[in-house]
Design a protein around this ligand. Structure first.
Ligand SMILES: NC(=O)c1ccc[n+]([C@@H]2O[C@H](COP(=O)([O-])OP(=O)(O)OC[C@H]3O[C@@H](n4cnc5c(N)ncnc54)[C@H](OP(=O)(O)O)[C@@H]3O)[C@@H](O)[C@H]2O)c1
Length: 304
């Protein structure tokens, strides 16, 4: 603790701090009494139970947000042990230590826990059925967290976009700089979501859970409002980029069958966000607004 702090400091551990969501958690606007601890994977490997216990012995954390994960969906098909270590055993270790410390754990999860066969927007109570190793490993992490620490929230999100690291939006801009046309899958539908908005939602939940022992727990969905296909998202990115003088290409929609990948993906992974709005007052903005904000950050007006 800080000896001369004029108020009690709220220490929060954020794992996966170098990831898309982690970087947005770092630049979110936190209350002055919150002190974030954001170890890199080298500094704190989630799968190392002893290292996690040492970190907990050193600091009286008030909450943990786990945004660290093995996120290589296709590679996970062959790196099964690595995916389950980070996505299932890591959260299990965090559940154990947070429960022992009596503090809340907020775990980020994925739309890929669903098989995508439904026509509806998926609610938290809908049956899960992951199509691949990544989704299965994340589902195992959900179970470990919700059963391991009763003061926990699992927040599923989807199609994460940001100005950081590798993601679909950045890939489309990079490819458009070299090619006149892009062929993009048009029969998978989901909810593009800004890592910044995910970070804001996680912040709201963490602060409420720290202050209110009776705060709602369980599984929640958070995505930006509305939905589209990967081809629809690509077309929107191209339009936004062109309007700012950035790279642009025409988008041709293709079926999934024409773009085979090692991991199968759900054809519908739209998530219903009614519950998080009802319980936490979090109201997602439209995905097009979120995408426009990221494109504007990547292609500043001054480059026009
Ligand atoms: N990306 C998506 O489209 C998407 C969609 C739905 C849900 N999600 C979920 O959203 C969350 C955040 O995703 P993201 O896009 O921010 O992921 P990301 O950019 O891939 O970042 C993940 C972070 O976790 C770290 N990490 C991996 N294994 C670790 C370990 N054993 N110990 C400690 N840290 C470890 C990575 O370290 P390095 O920096 O060393 O790689 C990286 O910093 C994850 O739970 C993911 O499953 C993502």
């Amino acid at each position: 603790m800080v000896e001369d702090a004029p108020y009690e400091v709220r220490d929060i551990l954020i794992t996966g701090g170098a990831g898309q969501v982690g970087l947005e958690l770092a630049r979110a606007d936190w209350p002055a009494d919150v002190r974030l601890h954001m170890p890199t994977r080298d500094q704190l490997d989630l799968t190392d139970a002893d290292a996690v216990r040492v970190a907990f012995a050193a600091t009286p954390f008030r909450a943990v947000i786990n945004s660290g994960a093995y996120t290589a969906v296709d590679k996970a098909e062959t790196e099964v042990a690595a995916a389950f270590a980070a996505n299932a055993m890591g959260p299990a270790i965090l559940a154990e230590v947070t429960r022992a410390a009596g503090i809340p754990l907020i775990q980020v999860s994925t739309d890929y826990v669903f098989d995508g066969s439904g026509e509806q927007d998926y609610a938290e109570s809908d049956p899960v059925g992951p199509l691949g190793v990544y989704g299965a490993s994340k589902l195992a992490g959900e179970v470990a967290v919700t059963t391991g620490n009763p003061r926990s929230v699992v927040m599923r999100t989807a199609w994460v976009l940001s100005p950081h690291r590798a993601n679909f939006l950045k890939t489309m801009l990079r490819l458009a700089a070299d090619r006149p046309a892009l062929r993009v899958v048009a029969d998978q539908e989901g909810c593009p979501t800004s890592a910044r908005d995910i970070a804001e939602a996680l912040k709201t939940i963490a602060l409420r859970m720290i202050d209110d022992a009776g705060a709602p727990t369980g599984v929640y969905h958070f995505v930006n409002a509305g939905s589209t296909t990967w081809a629809g998202l690509a077309a929107e990115i191209m339009a936004l980029s062109a309007a700012r003088g950035g790279p642009s290409a025409t988008v041709e929609g293709i079926p999934t069958a024409d773009y085979p990948t090692p991991a199968r993906r759900p054809s519908n992974s739209r998530l219903d966000t009614f519950k998080i709005t009802r319980d936490y007052g979090i109201a997602p903005r439209p995905w097009k607004d979120a995408v426009a904000e990221i494109v504007a950050e990547l292609i500043p007006e001054t480059t026009r």
